[in-house]
Design a protein around this ligand. Structure first.
Ligand SMILES: Cc1ncc(COP(=O)(O)O)c(C=O)c1O
Length: 398
């Protein structure tokens, strides 16, 4: 028997594949600071648990395939705060942003089609596209340019007859880039001219720093029939384990088609939808406080990285990641070495090697994504450990 080439050619998650080394390091008594995964340690708003505790039905029944009506209503109100206006039949609740991405890819592209994605990109875009035989066509961006987009002509050259969509995360994971209004407008006008969908993954919408203004693809009024907004409570409300995401689009036909996929998996967990309904009613002031915390962490991390010889990255302006160039021969080898061989007084650190965030072969080999999701003291210590690791690594290049 033979497994499908679709599944065997799918890449392993670069974020998770080194986890067994971390598990072993912990079993050996080392403390591992996890900067490799976007799992925030910020407390989930209490309203989540409270609403679940107050759930008084006798049966945990299936929910509607499109999602709990109260949650959809709460999301409609949430979007209004961003001048995005959806109706009930324009939103479907999904199992995390992950399922929303997969559904969006399936609904907009056929076998052999292509999707333009600025690289480096959220690694699971590779997984979701390759699982359904869609090819990623990368728009390469660089640390030197702060991972902003190249000009319109460069992107235009990448558009082929098979190109059906542009998919991107804004703010960016792993780059922390926040695309300017001009960039969002440029992609929107390309989408219109070349008849492309835009799958806008905006799960980090609120995580924007330095007073920058966030422009959503949901605000590009004249292309709303081709915009799909992917969202999630995972990062927004620090509720990764709730597994609640969504797709939203003014294209009712597209949503009706995605509903068929949603019907196939019956529904999203009922109780978590109850909790997520409460989350989406959280006052916007919550984000101000959370952002202050991430901003502080970002500054601690950047100050430390700037003091490490050979490390290069511009200060990210969104999400909670930085994609840094490291003075090492191979970032994956470096992270494996950190976990297997290195310790600083019993401590080590884990990063996400960045090669898997690129689809152009060879790019990102000396880069790693660092998530600033730890409390100040832990982050400071993690940076000390990283600095010492870079000094002692046998494959260092400076
Ligand atoms: C850009 C981006 N999109 C989507 C997701 C998926 O999130 P979830 O499935 O937890 O909602 C993540 C998770 O890290 C992400 O970083």
């Amino acid at each position: 028997m033979q497994l499908s080439s679709r599944i065997t050619s799918m890449q392993e998650s670069p974020i998770r594949k080194l986890v067994p080394y971390a598990t072993k390091a912990k079993a050996e008594g080392k403390k591992v600071f996890h900067l490799n995964i976007g799992q925030p340690d910020i407390e989930t708003p209490k309203s989540f648990m409270e609403s679940i505790r107050n759930f008084d039905q006798k049966v945990i029944a299936y929910s509607f395939s499109e999602g709990l009506p109260e949650l959809i209503e709460a999301m409609i109100d949430y979007y209004k705060k961003y001048d995005m206006h959806y109706e009930k039949d324009e939103i479907i609740i999904t199992n995390g942003g992950s399922e929303a991405l997969l559904f969006s890819v399936i609904a907009t592209m056929d076998h052999g089609d292509e999707v333009l994605v600025p690289e480096p990109f959220y690694t699971n875009y590779n997984g979701f596209t390759s699982a359904v035989d869609v090819k990623v066509s990368p728009i390469t961006t660089s640390a030197e340019d702060g991972f902003h987009l190249p000009n319109r002509e460069t992107i235009e050259e990448l558009i082929k007859p098979k190109t059906k969509a542009i998919m991107l995360s804004n703010p960016g994971n792993p780059t922390g880039v926040v695309y300017t209004k001009e960039e969002v407008e440029m992609l929107s006008s390309l989408a219109k001219e070349y008849n492309l969908f835009i799958i806008a993954d905006e799960v980090y919408r609120e995580f924007v720093y330095d007073g920058l203004e966030f422009t959503s693809f949901g605000n590009m009024k004249d292309i709303q029939d081709r915009v799909i907004i992917v969202d999630s409570v995972s990062k927004r409300y620090s509720a990764c384990g709730a597994r609640i995401g969504s797709v939203a689009s003014k294209n009712k036909e597209l949503i009706a088609q995605i509903l068929k996929l949603a019907q196939g998996r019956l529904c999203v967990a009922t109780l978590e939808q109850v909790g997520a309904t409460a989350l989406y009613k959280t006052d916007q002031s919550y984000f101000k406080n959370v952002n202050k915390e991430y901003d502080r962490r970002r500054n601690i991390m950047m100050e430390a990285l700037n003091n490490m010889p050979g490390v290069f990255c511009k200060s990210p302006t969104g999400a909670f990641y930085v994609n840094a160039k490291l003075p090492v021969d191979d970032a994956e080898k470096f992270v494996t070495w950190l976990l297997q061989e290195f310790e600083l007084d019993g401590d080590t650190v884990m990063l996400a090697p960045a090669e898997g965030f690129y689809s152009t072969p060879g790019l990102g080999k000396d880069e790693a994504r660092i998530a600033y999701v730890l409390k100040e003291d832990d982050l400071k210590r993690a940076m000390e450990v990283l600095k010492a690791g870079l000094e002692h690594y046998p494959g260092k290049t400076v």
